[in-house]
Structures are given as structure tokens and as C-alpha cells.
Design a protein. Structure first.
Length: 210
């Protein structure tokens, strides 16, 4: 069962018109810029509103406080990562296991590392927030996409595909997070990703039925 989002963090309203959506997006973009400049300590609703070019009252129509604002930014970020994984899995349906693994590793690493400053800022900013419901929703999406892809490979089949899928994604996500936290350079990170693909492919082949 997925966790429920904390009531004090969920948006007060969802934009229903294009103009309202533009305003909401401007607020979120402004929040990202301020997080990059100085983290949670510099993030205030007034600074965000000023940067977005809206009144504080307009901001409060959508977000109760700065924590709710960061929660929304993180939700948008996770949605983008999930989309990247979903697209990669769809593109590699019916492919060989090695191409599937390479595509999945590349898609996730790019989504997390193409803008490392945003990734780092959010890792720090959400540390004290209850984001379990967002993580659950993200996991549900990427699990479904990856599982469907694995089921389509002509190379192999698996006795317990749910366990295999969870193990595969945990290995990919955990390794890429560790490489990010270590601050590896471009060449080092690329080497780790190659080894990660090799490791994941070896695992899949070892548990495949044929």
C-alpha cells in the first residue's frame, strides 16, 4: 500500500487553466534557482515570489509554505526521472538483455546526473520532509516499466520476475547514487556505469531460465 502524502505538503490547488499553470511553473522554477543559490536556508516564500514575478499571495494560493514548495519541486523532479525510465523501457521492448540493461542504466544516470546541481540540492533539501508517498509513486511507475520490458526480451524468462526486477533496479539506483555522492569525474562515472551494466547483465543471465 502506498503512503499518503502529508496534508501540510500537498498543493492547495491544481492549475486548471493555461495561465494558472504558467504561474505555478514559474514559482517552481524560481524555487529551483534559489535552492541552487543557497539551499533551504535562503529559500523563503518572498524570495521565490519575487523571482517568479508574482505576489506572495499568488504563491500561497498553491503552496502553504516553503516545505510544500520543495515537496512540489521534488515531485516534479521524480516525475521527470520516471518519464526518462519509462521512455527507455518502451524503446527497448523486445531487445536483447544487454541492450535493455545498457538503455536502463544510461537513461537513469542521465536523468539524475545531467544536472547534478539540482539533484544535489534536492537530496539535501528533502532530507527532513516526508516524501515516502512520492517515492512510492515513482517506484510503482519504474517497476512497471522495467518489468514489462524484461518480459519482452527474446533472450530469457525468469521464475520470479518481480524479485529479479526489484534486484536489478535496486542495483542500478543504488550504484548511481553512490557514484554521485562520491563526486566522481566524468570518466570515472562512465567507467562505473559500464561496470554496472556488466554486473547487471551477469546477474540477469545467472537467474534466467533460458
Amino acid at each position: 500500500m502506498n503512503a499518503e502524502p502529508p496534508r501540510h505538503l500537498i498543493p492547495r490547488k491544481t492549475p486548471r487553466q493555461a495561465r494558472s499553470e504558467v504561474t505555478r511553473d514559474a514559482i517552481l522554477e524560481a524555487a529551483v534557482h534559489i535552492l541552487l543559490d543557497g539551499g533551504m536556508q535562503r529559500l523563503t516564500t518572498k524570495r521565490v515570489a519575487d523571482r517568479a514575478g508574482v505576489s506572495v499571495g499568488s504563491l500561497y494560493q498553491y503552496f502553504q509554505n516553503k516545505r510544500a514548495l520543495v515537496y512540489a519541486v521534488n515531485g516534479h523532479y521524480l516525475d521527470c526521472v520516471a518519464v526518462a525510465v519509462e521512455v527507455a523501457c518502451e524503446q527497448h521492448r523486445g531487445a536483447s538483455l544487454d541492450r535493455m540493461v545498457d538503455g536502463l542504466v544510461e537513461a537513469y544516470s542521465r536523468a539524475k546526473l545531467d544536472n547534478p546541481a539540482i539533484t544535489r540540492a534536492l537530496y539535501r533539501s528533502v532530507a527532513e520532509l516526508d516524501i515516502q508517498s512520492q517515492v512510492d509513486a515513482f517506484s510503482e511507475r519504474v517497476d512497471a516499466a522495467s518489468r514489462s520490458m524484461l518480459e519482452s526480451t527474446p533472450d530469457a524468462s525468469f521464475d520470479d520476475i518481480d524479485l529479479v526486477n526489484t534486484t536489478l533496479l535496486s542495483a542500478i539506483f543504488g550504484t548511481i547514487r553512490s557514484a554521485f555522492d562520491r563526486g566522481l569525474g566524468t570518466e570515472e562515472a562512465a567507467a562505473v556505469h559500464r561496470e554496472l551494466s556488466r554486473m547487471c547483465l551477469a546477474y540477469l543471465r545467472s537467474v534466467a531460465r533460458g
